[in-house]
Design a protein around this ligand. Structure first.
Ligand code: SAM
Length: 454
């Protein structure tokens, strides 16, 4: 049983009643420091959950963790909670966009360890908010019996745990408080860095009793692991040419898409399952989005004239339901290759329509070494570089893209794209964008790839 278990009912009914008008400005401070946002916000030492409303008002989804079952009994109607220790959060590293700690540092003698945990679970760019009373105003030496002054009696410089208090009607005489003066705090070894870690992923480890459906909320959050990839660069051609390349001529460098040319129209081919055009401003801004049960996928293109050229900003956001790291890596690398190919198209085949064909190599090509086998069969030297001459099955061309995973070859009338997707555990793909008449079936890639990987 924790100290708070024994006073939880008093805390909820008596103590919090005295705080109703927010005399310390806690809610206003939390509001200001946390700011609006989305996604889960974990409150460390959430107690009876009275800050859940403020967190929700900011557009965030409150989750709470506290060691006291008694306090959590009152919190369950306010937010999803788990009983657990803030020094060892049952949350995956780099997983949360926001963590808050409100009026808890005096209850957590190992607060530096709690801060380290907060830093661990924060996602990149995530926010941590600490709201607490300055240690000189909340120790056992801080006498508030005169309403017009806080008298600091001797004791500020002595760290420790005490139930001493100026009143027997407050909290601290009942549960005690840890005191750490600022000079002692500064003397502590390097504090945690709260810059966040990497990308969004939430996993709950088992073993903690759960009082409310926190598990489901976290699992839901785990399902909604968001990603963002993009491209930004200046491309040959006017905004109109770039706009047409991205919309009408997408098959000339990536794959064909279809859409109704208006905001609110249907789109297929871009978002995973087909979505709705959310912005349709020709030559300026095109966006499409699909969403379902909290899952979403959206692509956003903005076009800005830069002299004779166009600056394109492309952002692709969404959720990977499984195998986040692999999918993110694949998405990022494919995006880089696609937008390089867009540049090749605009620079070398502007305005032309291509016949698009894609052939997937046999399943065995997904093995490690699959791409090396393909390159060997194509006659690609180990030290191949962009700019080298290379014939693709008899078609002379120049290498325009080389990474460990991908190869691009541009001929006089085609862009050949080799996707070494075995790097992600998937079969290799061979894409072609033919700007001259061609019978894609007669190219014989199926048979050639079957022979290579037979
Ligand atoms: C003063 S209350 C604050 C509750 C709430 N944040 C509020 O502002 O009303 C401090 C809370 O911290 C919790 N607490 C203390 N140590 C903790 C720890 N190591 N991990 C999680 N919660 C803890 C207590 O159980 C208590 O509910």
């Amino acid at each position: 049983m924790t100290a708070y278990d024994t006073i939880a009912d008093w805390y909820e009914t008596t103590f919090l009643t005295g705080q109703r008008d927010d005399p310390l400005g806690i809610e206003a401070t939390l509001h200001e420091l946390l700011g609006p946002g989305a996604g889960s916000c974990l409150e460390l030492g959430c107690g009876t959950g009275i800050h859940a409303g403020t967190i929700r008002e900011l557009g965030r989804r409150p989750l709470g963790i506290d060691v006291s079952a008694g306090m959590l009994r009152h919190a369950t109607g306010r937010l999803p909670v788990a009983r657990g220790d803030a020094e060892a959060l049952p949350v995956a590293t780099g997983s949360l966009p926001a963590v808050v700690a409100v009026m808890v540092h005096t209850d957590m003698p190992a607060y530096p360890a709690v801060l380290r945990e907060a830093a661990r679970v924060l996602a990149p760019g995530g926010v941590f908010v600490h709201v607490g009373v300055h240690p000189c105003f909340c120790g056992g030496f801080a006498d508030r019996s005169d309403e017009r002054a806080v008298v600091i009696r001797p004791g500020y410089r002595d760290p420790g745990w005490t139930t001493a208090s100026w009143t027997d009607r407050g909290l601290r005489d009942k549960v005690g408080a840890a005191h750490l003066p600022l000079p002692a705090r500064r003397a502590q070894p390097d504090g945690p860095r709260l810059a966040g870690a990497k990308s969004f992923a939430v996993v709950v480890e088992s073993g903690l009793p759960r009082l409310t459906p926190w598990q489901e909320v976290i699992e839901e959050a785990a399902m909604t692991k968001e990603f963002e990839v993009g491209f930004e660069g200046t491309l040959a051609g006017t905004p109109d040419q770039c706009w047409r390349a991205v919309t009408v001529e997408a098959g000339s460098w990536s794959w064909p898409i279809s859409y109704e040319p208006r905001a609110g129209g249907r789109e297929t081919g871009l978002t995973f399952y087909g979505g709705e055009v959310t912005v349709w401003q020709p030559d300026e801004h095109f966006a499409t989005r699909c969403e379902k049960d909290g899952w979403f996928n959206e692509l956003d293109y903005t076009f800005e004239p830069r002299g004779d050229a166009t600056h394109l900003k492309f952002v692709h956001r969404g959720v990977f339901l499984e195998d986040w790291d692999t999918n993110y890596d694949a998405c990022r690398k494919h995006t880089a290759f696609y937008y390089h190919s867009l540049g090749e198209y605009l620079a070398h085949f502007p305005g032309r329509s291509a016949t698009y064909a894609m052939t997937e190599a046999p399943e065995s090509s997904a093995e490690p070494g699959g791409f090396a086998k393909l390159k060997k069969a194509l006659g690609v030297p180990d030290d191949v570089q962009a700019g080298d001459r290379l014939a693709v099955r008899g078609h002379d061309g120049v290498v325009d893209y080389v990474t460990p995973e991908f190869l691009g070859v541009r001929t006089a009338d085609a862009l050949y794209r080799f996707y070494g997707r075995n790097a992600f555990g998937w079969p290799i793909g061979v894409g072609r964008h033919h700007f001259a008449e061609v019978d894609a079936d007669a190219e014989g890639w199926d048979a050639w790839l079957a022979e290579v990987f037979g």
